[in-house]
Design a protein around this ligand. Structure first.
Ligand code: ATP
Length: 563
């Protein structure tokens, strides 16, 4: 049994004994509220923790659940079996409706948009008096009633709420199985690159947002059954701040973090009541200390994340054999008259090129020539203004990057894009899962001779290995086309030879490779063709020698003025 499980079992047993034998009816009420907040925080962990998006709408979803149950219960005497699922559905439906415009927004814009949603709902609740009861809210919300069985406050309600907390924990656990957590980690830590790993970031964010809303709605519904009144306070910013604080203090990930955060924050004010008017100051100081000394949440202090393995930092050359090759699908890539401008800068200006199975095509050009932009538009990360791109004969112009990746076009980045918190194996297998493959990292790691670092966290790797891991991640899905953006940058000559040998071995198995680099010594031995770009145009495309002796290339790239 690991530390977290033992702690959870011991804590659960202690809480049960406390609730059954020692808690007063007031204590039982606080414990009931704690359970409700556990559900709210578990939901918030999906969007704030796993998706890494600062949503300020969790309080709004709580309020929507509260009002759904409050209105149906107080006005129509509706049964819990109807109001509870409806509270969840209404909150999730609201999230689905606002997700289209809101989920596309980044960072603080997303936070502001979700805050605006909360404020809007608060205004509706206050002003739509005939339905919501206005500023006074609606009294007379019935207790939880299932068929003819009415749950009284105290131990019955406490037990019922914690039973639902148990169900919420099971759902959260099932939703966050290891593979999906890893996909969220990739999306959160390498957001720009994740789509080219085949990860559908939009769907992941949507899933997280809907789950957070559903859990929020459920918590709000239980809250009004506990308070027996629904008021605009349930939609107020206070609920949101409480939820955010609980999540930050307890932990952004995992059930134990949610329980610790919710229990602590609901009980702290009670423990400090003796300080009279200074109790808020005392609570504030304690919270500040928690955030400063446990930035990853108290749960990380109690049960820290697993340490990286011993063999985290092997040198690039300590590995042994290299496997023969992968089994890529055979694809050709064709780009016709591509144009892309950024304001007045024409990053691509009528670029046409094509290459196919077994070819390694080098791309050189001075800084700012448009090489990375070319990689970005070919892989779908940047939309083109004009032109056509075909992959295996299919038009993929401006197709979303994760779809292009799944069709067999993989890439690496100028600066390796590796999620710090994942191990090498997790990263490779997450990419394979995103492609609908069963996870099996060993073959790709063997090909790069890096199986010995499979269990090392990415953030512990030196630069040379980071490049190798990126390539292993890219080829692990057997792509037909591989685009490598400056794979030799920052590597020693020996390390560059390793990468060149890997490219030759991959192309021998039928993979088509576009190799962008500045380094002619690195490119020359492995490329079958060399393209030179300048100011967004292809100024030469031919055999390596031809391109290198082309007067325009010598002019643009080497600064040699040909006579
Ligand atoms: P380097 O060798 O330095 O990486 P490059 O050949 O890859 O250069 P790009 O990065 O594709 O060149 O840039 C081509 C031009 O487009 C440059 O003038 C650059 O400043 C501009 N550019 C590229 N991306 C953007 C962007 N997102 N916004 C604005 N301008 C951009």
């Amino acid at each position: 049994m690991n530390a977290r499980t033992s702690m959870s079992v011991a804590g659960g047993a202690a809480l049960t004994i406390y609730a059954l034998f020692f808690a007063s009816s007031y204590d039982q009420r606080i414990l009931t509220l704690s359970g409700i907040y556990v559900i709210l925080v578990l939901g918030y962990q999906f969007i704030f923790g796993h998706a890494g998006a600062l949503s300020l709408a969790q309080g709004a979803f709580f309020g929507v659940g509260a009002y759904t149950t409050g209105i149906l219960g107080s006005k129509f005497g509706a049964d819990f079996l109807l109001t509870f699922p409806l509270s969840i559905v209404v909150a999730a439906t609201l999230a689905a409706l606002v997700s289209l415009p809101v989920l596309r927004l980044k960072t603080h814009y997303f936070a502001l948009a979700t805050l605006a949603l909360s404020q809007l709902l608060l205004l509706v609740a206050i002003n739509w008096e005939p339905v919501t009861g206005g500023a006074n809210g609606l009294p007379g919300v019935p207790p939880v009633t299932i068929l003819d069985w009415k749950l009284t406050r105290g131990l019955p309600l406490l037990t019922f709420v914690w039973a639902i907390v148990g169900m919420a924990m099971v759902i959260a656990h099932m939703q966050m199985r290891a593979g999906r957590v890893a996909a969220f980690t990739v999306m959160r830590e390498t957001p720009l690159a994740a789509p080219s790993f085949g990860i559908d970031s939009g769907m992941l964010r949507l899933r997280a947002f809907l789950l957070s809303a559903a859990f929020g709605g459920a918590a709000g519904a239980l809250f009004v059954h506990t308070n027996r009144v629904v008021s605009p306070e349930t939609l107020g910013f206070g609920v949101m701040i409480t939820c955010l604080t609980m999540t930050v203090v307890g932990g952004r990930f995992g059930i134990l973090g949610a329980v610790i955060g919710a229990l602590l924050l609901t009980h702290l004010p009670e423990w400090f009541r003796g300080f009279d008017e200074y109790y808020l100051v005392a609570v504030g100081i304690l919270l500040l200390a928690a955030v400063v000394f446990a930035p990853e949440g108290i749960v990380a202090l109690i049960a820290p994340a697993k340490a990286p393995h011993e063999n985290d930092k092997p040198s690039l050359h300590t590995q042994s054999k290299r496997a023969s090759a992968t089994k890529p699908s055979r694809l050709a890539l064709e780009a016709i008259d591509l144009a892309k401008s950024y304001g007045g800068v024409r990053a691509l200006d009528g670029v046409t090129l094509s290459f196919g199975p077994g070819e390694i095509v080098g791309v050189i050009g001075p800084n700012g020539a448009g090489k990375t932009t070319l990689a970005n538009v070919l892989t779908g990360l940047t939309p083109v203004d004009q032109g056509t791109i075909r992959l295996g004969g299919r038009d993929i112009t401006n197709t979303p990057a994760h779809i292009i990746a799944r069709m067999g076009l993989a890439r690496t980045f100028q600066t390796p894009q590796l999620p710090n918190a994942l191990t090498v194996r997790d990263l490779v297998e997450t990419t394979q899962r995103a492609h609908g493959m069963s996870p099996a990292a060993d073959e790709a790691l063997d090909l790069l001779t890096i199986r010995s670092i499979a269990d090392a966290r990415c953030d512990t790797l030196p630069h040379g290995l980071r490049r190798q891991v990126e390539i292993a991640r890219a080829i692990a899905t057997n792509p037909g086309i591989l685009v490598l953006d400056e794979p030799a940058a920052g590597l020693s000559p020996d390390e560059q030879d390793e990468i060149a040998a890997i490219c030759i071995s991959l192309s021998a198995s039928g993979m088509a490779i576009l190799l962008i680099d500045h380094n002619i010594e690195f490119l020359s031995p492995c490329v079958s063709r060399l393209i030179c770009m300048e100011a967004g145009r292809v100024i030469a495309d031919g055999a390596s020698d031809e391109t290198l002796t082309n007067p325009d290339v010598r002019n643009a790239y080497f600064g040699v003025i040909s006579s």
